[in-house]
Ligand binder design. Sequence first.
Ligand code: S3P
Length: 430
Amino acid sequence: MSGNVTVPGDKSISHRSLIFGTLARGRTTVRNLLEGDDVLATANAMKALGAKIEKAGDVWTVDGVGNGALLEPKEPLDFGNAGTGSRLTMGLLAPYDFPVTFVGDASLSSRPMGRVLDPLRQTGCQVKAQEGDRLPVTLHGAPLAVPITYRVPVASAQIKSAVLLAGLNIAGTTTVIEPVFTRDHTERMLAGFGADITVETAADGVRTISITGQTDLRPQDITVPGDPSSAAFAIVAGLIVPGSELTVKDVLLNETRTGLLTTLQEMGANITIKNRRETGGEEIGDIHVANSSLTGVTVPAERAPSMIDEYPILAVAAAFADGETRMEGLEELRVKECDRLAAVARGLEENGVDCTEGEDWLTVRGTGNMAAGGGTVETHLDHRIAMAFLVMGLASQKPVTVDDGAMIATSFREFPDLMASLGGTIEAVA
Ligand code: S3P
């Protein structure tokens, strides 16, 4: 596979651009917004809360209503497959004194929402949810929500962000204590929008993020960098398909997102980052990769937050490496769009790859040769499982089939065309 490509805008930054733009009074512009179904669900929710959101040419405009001025939606907010959109919006609406119901697809309705509902209850928000704090969820904020100090119990940027978003519209100072550093787009972007937010990092790495609520936000002009979690599929394809050499341009290089690059380089991948530069407070660059002989490594648990969405595609790379790759600290993979740890292990087995699945770890034993392939992988409504195994099929001895490609549109609609432009063949079968 060869060529130069760009991938769509970062999903995390795209959701936040729409949400923060809705809270700023005036017009925010967003270039390179990810137009995946997840982000479009967030756009629809923000419209239902009073924002005017439109696309003119390749620029999205968000005419925000102002912090504290969201309208009561007339219908339940439907977030489809989108965990980030739904959880951040729950935080956003927790201090509002009106009822709002959240619904989603079968995958989202099976995911745990208690992780954000617990701190939101502490602000005084009333919550009605299904068994196990699952969707549909109805929130009704307290007339006088109280600021909280919350220590995030699992490494999750979604939980951190939900509490900070609630704090934006609560009088006084809301504090989040984050023992493990997770993606920091909320903190960076809220500072850019003029929120009263401070971040302190202690000597032991624990971060304390404080936000003082009920201040005005200023509209921004945003260009969303390429999503490293989407670039990952092209990068691994370039590494494992014989003879490949390709570049993925303008990719976000925020250190909370680059764990996969570090791991692949430790495995011996021929990866060089060119043209590093800064835009809108984030570092971006062009990632050049060439087909490489990979060796198995141990991926430490501490690295998990910086590559949490990349384990399915790392497991595919590991299947082509020589020796054992051991991935540790994977408990959060069990509550993603599906149980990704199990889905990856079954997919590898189905394609003749030797692996062992533990409670929170996975080992993959590659032979240094092409994986067998030939299997059909169950994707469980999970876009990243689908894309990871389609990449495997580009390099395996026999093609790999996935049972459903529809969910790819949640984050990377262009994936089959982009792979085709690089010379890889992905075909729909009846
Ligand atoms: C995201 C945080 C991560 C990640 C998700 C996007 C975000 O989830 O898996 O795709 O934008 O904050 P967790 O916070 O649950 O780890």
